[in-house]
Design a protein around this ligand. Sequence first.
Ligand SMILES: [Zn+2]
Ligand SMILES: [Zn+2]
Length: 134
Amino acid sequence: MHCTNCSETISEQAEICPKCGVRTFKVKKYCHGCGKSVNENQEICVACGISLNGTNVEREPWLMAVLSFLILGLGQIIMGQTAKGLTILAVGFFIGFITVGISSFIIVPISVIDAYLIAKKKKDGKVVGEWEFF
Ligand SMILES: [Zn+2]
Ligand SMILES: [Zn+2]
């Protein structure tokens, strides 16, 4: 992530920036997701869409897995993989319709595992492509 005070790249776990000594999320000068400069009144970063309040819900692997279990592809959509999430949803419905729902036993776990692993990658600070799986 980026320091919200000086935009320096710092560890995801860092509570205090080693460069400027300011507690992360205490000030809101830069986006912690992409490092672009933001306004104090902004709720989300307009450059990358991340919430600027320090709540990384879209990076919580278990939450994303549960969401993808409830609605196929939902976790992926929330994480910004919109086209991929919608494709999983559409394909899941289509194949599910043909196989009278039997395919759900395969597609749902795949979607859940994928959402979990993608969220984990994001949490580790890795860049994830829109169509990247697992
Ligand atoms: Zn800093
Ligand atoms: Zn950003």
